[in-house]
Design a protein around this ligand. Structure first.
Ligand SMILES: [Zn+2]
Length: 319
């Protein structure tokens, strides 16, 4: 299936390149003077290349360079007269970023490919149905006794989500504080914003994440291990690890957690961690190597307002 998709991409790319070639040929037929100048540019360009690799005298190089820029100016002038511009030489890619390859670097999907599979992304995001309804718009400051403080937190989270959605590196976030203070809602809102913009998101409860990694890595069914589960987690535009600290502690878990956080930092891929732990508890619970990475690389958003009103709302929702 993947192979078919790749072949489809390749033939579409060739088709677009042929389109460009035919477009240029048609222009040359209509404007032979442009063909003449383009041939001169190519010939002079070759002479320049030979001169540069052959350690030619500086005066010769300078002459060729001057001629090249003169030719290019003439070319632009002729194009202008013909009502054209340089874009005629370019393939009109649907996605100039990856030139319709679907990836930017081998194995790294382009944003266009991610957007194409937006519905699929949503399905694979790990968000529970209820979380799909949790957005920035319905994150209510009325839940809190100190709304101003949470307005700042909300603003920081929104800005973060916007940057991730735009593909700008936004650093990382750590949301921490007591249970039932709105951390998961804000995590979901960030995820939904990025997904809506066509980005890929992996949302995971810490406990589930490690169970999944373990079963996939050490699963008894060899045939099912098609792709490296860690690699999938490393590649998503955004990783959200909710409820850190609720997972069962083992050496394996700590090692995987460190690899995940550290490797994403190296790749400049943002993550959001939410935890019910205080900073002190986090420091006591985990290895220093890991807490250094988390605390050193994330902007911390503290949820310490245990709002009675919010608890009331939650209770009435049976949550
Ligand atoms: Zn692309």
């Amino acid at each position: 299936m993947l192979r078919g998709y790749e072949m489809d991409k390749t033939s579409k790319r060739l088709q677009k390149q042929n389109e460009r070639d035919r477009r240029i040929e048609a222009m040359y037929r209509q404007h032979p003077e442009i063909k003449e100048i383009d041939d001169a540019i190519a010939a002079n360009g070759h002479a320049l290349l030979r001169a540069a690799t052959g350690l030619a005298a500086e005066t010769l190089m300078a002459g060729l360079q001057a001629r090249q820029s003169l030719l290019l100016t003439q070319q632009r002038h002729l194009l202008l007269q013909a009502g054209l511009d340089l874009s005629i030489y370019e393939v009109s890619w649907d996605c100039p970023l990856c030139q319709d390859r679907g990836y930017v670097l081998p194995g790294q999907k382009c944003r266009c490919a991610l957007r194409e599979s937006a519905a699929e992304q949503l399905l694979h995001s790990g968000l529970a149905p209820l979380q799909l309804t949790q957005t920035f718009d319905n994150f209510s400051l009325e839940w809190y006794q100190e709304p101003q403080k949470y307005e700042r937190i909300l603003h920081t989270a929104q800005k973060f989500a916007q940057q991730v959605a735009q593909g700008t590196y936004a650093g990382n976030l750590m949301l921490y504080g007591a249970i039932g203070t709105g951390k998961t809602h804000l995590c979901s809102a960030i995820a939904n914003h990025v997904l809506a913009a066509g980005g890929s998101v992996m949302y995971m409860k810490a406990s589930r994440l490690f169970a999944r990694l373990r079963s996939q890595m050490y699963g008894d069914n060899e045939g099912q291990r098609e792709e490296d589960p860690m690699e999938t987690l490393l590649q998503s535009d955004l990783l959200i690890l909710d409820d850190l600290g609720t997972e069962k502690r083992t050496e394996f878990v700590e090692e995987q957690l460190f690899t995940l956080i550290d490797e994403r930092i190296i790749r400049r891929k943002p993550w959001v961690i939410s935890t019910n732990f205080s900073v002190d508890k986090l420091l006591n619970h985990y290895d220093e190597r890991l807490t250094d990475r988390i605390l050193g690389e994330a902007q911390r958003l503290r949820f310490d307002d245990v709002s009675i009103r919010r608890q009331k709302i939650q209770n009435s929702e049976g949550n």
